[in-house]
Design a protein around this ligand. Structure first.
Ligand SMILES: *[C@@H]1O[C@H](CO)[C@@H](O)[C@H](O)[C@H]1NC(C)=O
Ligand SMILES: *[C@@H]1O[C@H](CO)[C@@H](O)[C@H](O)[C@H]1NC(C)=O
Ligand SMILES: *[C@@H]1O[C@H](CO)[C@@H](O)[C@H](O)[C@H]1NC(C)=O
Length: 336
């Protein structure tokens, strides 16, 4: 081998070894942790590592349970195994899926029609995921209705005028993706939702044509992207809603903001939604945590796909509001 070729080969080997080391374990994370002066980031890094271990344990446990079930059921060969544990989201048990779902609203999903004025996606492993969605104006919806809806009126049930059956409001809001939403911890301020913690469980752009119910075995849906975590209400008023992941540190790895206002010409609500996934800061440890965290933020193993599904889900759920919110608001808040 001539000398330049040999050097190139050696450099290639060194690069491979470095990549393997970065992938293989926590040794570089440990040294970053040891030298990181920021307590908050150190705490956050440990929390992510802890959750990652838990997710892996849950994934193995679920795989074992699934293997047993497959052995029991002859037709189980048709059921493909998907991803189970994901770092921040808790696994979903199929008993929390609804037994029955309302009919889907006429949908306008990706490729069918266009619900957005613009979508801006920034997906970088080290910086995290940032998605900005500018919705087309929401006809018939007002800023006052939005504040009312998010101030606790999402919860409880309502009659679906299409079949006169009672469902949870959360299911009516997005009949194919939503699973459940409950207040885990109310706000400390009576009459307010600021600081309240909500458990939100939903698929993000479920891909199957027939929506999932509790009759489906886990392996039918466990490859879908999903969210199942606790979000704290950071702000809610006539101008918008902010939610953030409740993990106990100042540096929150998931932040969501919906900003709205009544359009001056009365065409409908103007709405922008922003999702940020990943810790902030320019220390090396931030990139190191984000690379692991964001890749598996909503399941799957593909951040671009997660971002695209999230944008589409977000457009759909807000577009669905026109189908029931104006009437519900009129009936319950007594306003036109
Ligand atoms: C969706 O519509 C907006 C505004 O009408 C337009 O600017 C945008 O390019 C469209 N997007 C797609 C994917 O068609
Ligand atoms: C639902 O109930 C109302 C009131 O009883 C009735 O007027 C309406 O026709 C019913 N709709 C359906 C779809 O059954
Ligand atoms: C949405 O974003 C656009 C572009 O940044 C901005 O002009 C507009 O004021 C925003 N609308 C709302 C309701 O926040």
């Amino acid at each position: 081998m001539r000398r330049p070729a040999l050097l190139l080969a050696l450099a290639g080997l060194a690069l491979l070894a470095a990549m393997a080391a970065a992938d293989a374990g926590d040794s570089d994370l440990s040294s970053l942790l040891a030298s990181e002066p920021d307590d908050d980031l150190r705490g956050a890094a440990r929390e992510v590592a802890r959750r990652e271990r838990r997710a892996d344990r849950e994934a193995r446990r679920a795989d074992r349970a699934e293997a047993k079930q497959q052995a029991r059921e002859a037709k189980a060969t048709k059921c493909k195994k998907g991803s189970w544990g994901i770092i921040i989201q808790k696994p979903i048990q199929n008993k929390v899926l609804p037994a029955e779902r309302p009919a889907p609203w006429p949908l306008c999903g990706l490729g069918k029609c266009n619900l957005s004025v613009a979508i801006d996606m920034h997906v970088q492993p080290q910086d995290g995921i940032r998605i900005e969605v500018i919705h087309k104006p929401l006809t018939g919806i007002t800023a006052e209705m939005m504040e009312w809806w998010f101030s606790g009126n999402i919860e409880g049930t309502m009659v679906d005028p299409r079949d006169n059956k009672t469902y949870t409001r959360y299911l009516i809001w997005h009949p194919t993706d939503h699973i459940h939403e409950i207040t885990k911890k109310p706000s400390k301020t009576p009459g307010s939702v600021i600081g309240a913690v909500r458990e939100i469980t939903e698929f993000i752009g479920a891909q199957r044509a027939t929506p999932y119910t509790s009759a489906d075995r886990n392996c039918e849906w466990n490859a879908e992207h999903y969210a199942n975590d606790e979000l704290e209400v950071a702000a809610l008023d006539r101008t918008g809603l902010s939610l953030q992941l409740k993990i106990g540190y100042k540096n929150k790895p998931m932040r969501m903001r919906h900003s709205w206002s009544d359009s001056p010409d009365g065409t409908g609500l103007l709405l922008n939604s922003t999702l940020n996934v990943g810790f902030t800061g320019d220390r090396p440890i931030v990139a190191r945590i984000n690379r692991r965290y964001c890749r598996r933020a909503f399941g799957g193993d593909n951040q671009e796909k997660s971002a695209e599904l999230w944008a589409n889900h977000c457009l759909e759920e807000f577009a669905n509001l026109k189908n029931f919110l104006p009437d519900l608001f009129k009936a319950e808040a007594g306003k036109p």
